[in-house]
Ligand binder design. Structure first.
Ligand SMILES: [Zn+2]
Length: 557
């Protein structure tokens, strides 16, 4: 099975590997543009390509097409000149424009497509309509908005995208005007990108063995985004196996399955005082929502344990309990928390529904970066800062063009955040936690949650893992570009394994999360959820708000 992108390219008789190699002898960018200087967190400089990203092969492209585009742009008719034409935003070169607007290489464009490219070259402002999936006229790819403008770096692609949006909003100008400012002479962008984390991610994503042990070249796509606990995005990867044509970590949205539960179900219920660490909840299907043929909600393993503690329900990723908790407070409560406190920007009104909020089946989905950013709150003492890819943009005189103004805001109290942190820690550290694959060999504490999406035909289509150490949190998505395509027929490694492979290679200093001083630790009985006594056969450490400790074990005391 091929990904959607691969299907296009294979039909054009081309190999995917072409996507990963940029021509080092790139022509100069168009005269009125110059590449901004990009500075990483450690002070190192990064290249931002502006032309010839997919160089035009003069032997293979349509001569008449090339003429149309070059004449429309007012440049000489040559492949080299076509490589430097501006097609709006930061789409430089007919080769990149062809991939972005049509999802195929320039060598396979037909004459109508060349004519459409020529009209954008003549009026780059018209690119905005071609990139808008809602305004798509049929000639442009409906996935144009997901295509990476800088295939070599999902991070820099997202960074330029965010700067353009922020600058356009702040100055009341179009995105294309914002790109003109960013690509004007002498601009410098300071970013929080960590080259040590990014290079670890790049290494892991370039190795096929990260994703499969099979001999087959067919395995699911993947994306990765990592942030610190102040909202700074430190690394991002938009695809594996050299297929970076789409930025699957930033521009593509995904359903997130059970990885939504801590955000939309357990955190709001804890904040509302509806649950505590070891509160007993009912793991059973709901008769009114079930039929004779099908019980609902259905747990992944079809096992129902009856009365269980919250920590056990979460670490076993039960579906019954989140559905009941969302019904109890209404799905609007979950939706409001996700959009107002945790910064999700792509949820739709239709997502105010029980399966969406309890089980992560979303109308459009969310980006890997926003998912990772939401999990920040569990390691930051409850503070949420929207993901940011830059700190400052300055002009040739050092004057500030744009400054990142994203500020932390308290999504939940430090107590609630710490209790959630420990719940998510048990997902990894307890032997019955289904995310134990993310344990690090160096013993650093890891918090996290898995997610699996059923495509509606009983097959898995997407899998996720979101996890954090005391210093960074990150999300990994695995699936095909084609929505709902099953990943069950191929051999692949789960996202928690990919996450671990990257985090094992990241330098670190801090091994454990900072506890909240006001949260009380107490042993609870795993059977009753009550405070443990000498006769309780099985106990664990629980974490409680002051004044919210459970009663003594009613079964054994
Ligand atoms: Zn007991």
């Amino acid at each position: 099975m091929f990904s959607r992108k691969a299907a296009f390219l294979v039909s054009a008789g081309l190999s995917l590997s072409v996507f990963s190699c940029a021509d080092s002898s790139s022509p100069a960018p168009p005269e009125s543009f110059s590449s901004p200087k990009i500075i990483a967190a450690d002070g190192s400089e990064l290249e931002l390509p502006t032309a010839g990203i997919y160089p035009i092969d003069g032997e293979k492209v349509s001569r008449t097409g090339l003429e149309k585009v070059c004449k429309a742009a007012g440049v000489e008719v040559s492949p080299q000149a076509a490589d430097g034409i501006w097609f709006g935003e930061n789409i430089f070169g007919a080769g990149l424009a062809s991939v972005v607007f049509f999802g195929r290489y320039a060598s396979s464009l037909d004459e109508d497509q060349w004519a459409a490219l020529a009209s954008i070259a003549a009026d780059p402002e018209s690119s905005s309509a071609a990139l808008d999936p809602k305004k798509n006229s049929g000639i442009f790819s409906p996935h144009a908005h997901e295509a990476s403008r800088i295939p070599e770096s999902a991070y820099l692609d997202a960074m330029t995208d965010q700067i353009a949006d922020d600058l356009a909003l702040e100055r009341g100008i179009s995105r294309n005007e914002a790109f003109r400012i960013l690509y004007s002479s002498g601009v410098t962008v300071e970013t929080p990108l960590r080259t040590d984390v990014q290079s670890a991610a790049d290494r892991v994503y370039s190795e096929k063995s990260t994703f499969t042990d099979s001999y087959s070249e067919s395995f699911p796509q993947s994306a990765f985004a990592a942030l610190d606990y102040s909202g700074n995005v430190v690394a991002m990867t938009g695809g594996n196996n050299g297929d970076l044509a789409y930025n699957r970590a930033w521009r593509t949205l995904h359903p997130i399955g059970s990885s939504i539960k801590p955000l939309s179900v357990y955190a709001p219920a804890l904040i509302d005082g509806r649950i505590g660490f070891s509160t007993l909840v009912d793991d059973s299907p709901i008769p009114e929502l079930s039929t004779d043929q099908e019980e609902w909600p259905r747990n992944y393993d079809r096992v129902y344990d009856g009365s269980i503690t919250v920590t056990y329900a979460l670490r076993q990723s039960k579906n019954t309990v989140p559905v009941k908790l969302v019904i109890e407070a209404g799905p609007q409560r979950s939706f409001d928390f996700l959009t107002e406190s945790l910064g999700f920007t792509t949820l739709e009104p239709a997502d105010v529904d029980v399966p969406n909020m309890a089980l992560g089946y979303l109308s459009r989905g969310v980006s890997v970066a926003e998912l990772a950013a939401a999990y920040q709150v569990f390691g930051s003492g409850g503070a949420y800062t929207a993901p940011s890819f830059y700190t400052r943009v300055t002009d040739e005189n050092g004057d500030v063009i744009l400054e990142n103004k994203r500020q932390p805001r308290q999504a939940m109290t430090g107590e609630d955040a710490w209790i959630m942190d420990r719940l998510l820690y048990y997902n990894i550290s307890k032997d019955d936690g289904i995310a134990s694959a993310a344990r690090l060999s160096d013993g650093r504490e890891v918090i996290g949650k898995t997610g699996t999406v059923d495509n509606g035909y009983g097959q898995d289509s997407d899998r996720l893992f979101v996890g954090g150490t005391a210093e960074l949190c990150a999300a990994v998505w695995i699936g095909y570009d084609q929505a709902g395509a099953s990943i069950e027929g191929v051999e692949y490694k789960p996202p928690a394994t990919v996450w671990r492979a990257i985090f094992e290679q990241i330098p670190w200093e801090k091994a454990a999360f900072d506890p909240d001083p006001d949260v009380v630790e107490a042993e609870f009985c795993t059977l009753s959820g009550g405070l443990a006594c000498d006769r309780c056969p099985s106990t664990e450490t629980g974490y409680y708000k002051q004044g919210a400790l459970p009663e003594s074990c009613p079964i054994h005391s």
